[in-house]
Design a protein around this ligand. Sequence first.
Ligand SMILES: Cc1ncc(C[n+]2csc(CCOP(=O)(O)OP(=O)(O)O)c2C)c(N)n1
Ligand SMILES: [Mg+2]
Length: 405
Amino acid sequence: MLAHACKHGYTTLQYVLVYGCRMLDADGNDQGGTEQPDMSRDIALRVYEAMAKTQIMDDICYQSQRQGRFSFYLTSAGEEAATVGSAAALASTDEVFAQYREQGVLMYRGFSFQKFADQLYGNMFESGKGRQMPIHYGSSDLHFQTISSPLATQMLHACGAAYALKMEQSTSISACYFGEGAASEGDAAAALNFAAVLGVPCLFICRNNGYAISTPIHEQYKGDGVCARAFANGMIAIRVDGGDARAVYHACSYAREKAIEGCQPILVECLSYRSGHHSTSDDSSRYRSNFEALSYPCPVRRFGHWIQSKGWWSDEEEEALRKHTRKQISQALSEAASQPKPDLSNLFTDVYAQVTPNLQEQMAETLQFVAKHPGMVPPGVPINPPFLRGMDDSQLVNWSNGDQD
Ligand SMILES: Cc1ncc(C[n+]2csc(CCOP(=O)(O)OP(=O)(O)O)c2C)c(N)n1
Ligand SMILES: [Mg+2]
């Protein structure tokens, strides 16, 4: 159905809309094929493992945050198919610009549990050196741009990166993840228009999970979901069942191919559901019923049922994977907790190639402040050696010498 509609829609209408395209029913039974070659056994197993690992990591990290081990966490429960299924359709060099609920993409690309844990604890081994709150992952090796909290900023960045890729005649694309809430931001409208007008290879992957924190979609927009915004900008769009990893994979594979072939942006709207709370700072029972939250079929179980029906997966393998994964995650968290925190001076470095005078001033002020109020420094954060020690003149900018030019 998807390939058929896409093929005809694309060649004749310039855009295509596939309502609720799904290949697995709510239990994971095969609902019909595709004209494209079906997902291979190897990809299906890799997708399933990443989905299951994401689910297990989310459960353990959510509980760990509740126990006070780190300050914040946010699960992707209900959206494992949307994130991992789409990641499987990308090339490993495609630049990913994620929102914050896309740990499944990193999992699929091989980000280790240790790297997740180091970031959550903000220890000295994480690439952000503890400057960001938990879940702001990033990996240049895995072409995954560091998460940035202000909604929809990543959409403009993705669009700019896609423009650069176009100019370089690269075979990679930008993949931009965003929620239906973020789609209400002005930046989202600007990004979609820029991408369409400039004709850049950017795959916009919207996770329409029904809520922006406590705001349900009927209070978020009046129009026909997020797909309609693509059409309004003269862009192709596909709407797919975001709880069906197989359908998401096929929709995104098709979309990626078209983005490269036509050097154009495409939007895939994954209709999913945020099964968990927005984050550890939220209590969703205040604005939705338990019945509603529990009614959404688990995407991991759904896809697991399909691979079992194909004879590719067994109960024994399932049990072994879950047991092994739980152990690995617990070990990674313990290891991350035992590592030293980055020195406080890291707050000021890596901003510019050299530390500018205003930052030098702020460093000195901070040093004075912490000397007076040592209790304000988070436990374990070293404030010695003194900030400027070890920095030679070449690392410090002197604006009075005209360095600012
Ligand atoms: C510019 C901006 N405004 C508000 C917020 C606060 N905020 C954080 S998450 C969120 C909801 C976003 O919902 P959605 O895009 O649907 O993503 P979801 O959480 O459902 O995955 C809001 C309003 C923010 N981070 N940035
Ligand atoms: Mg949402």
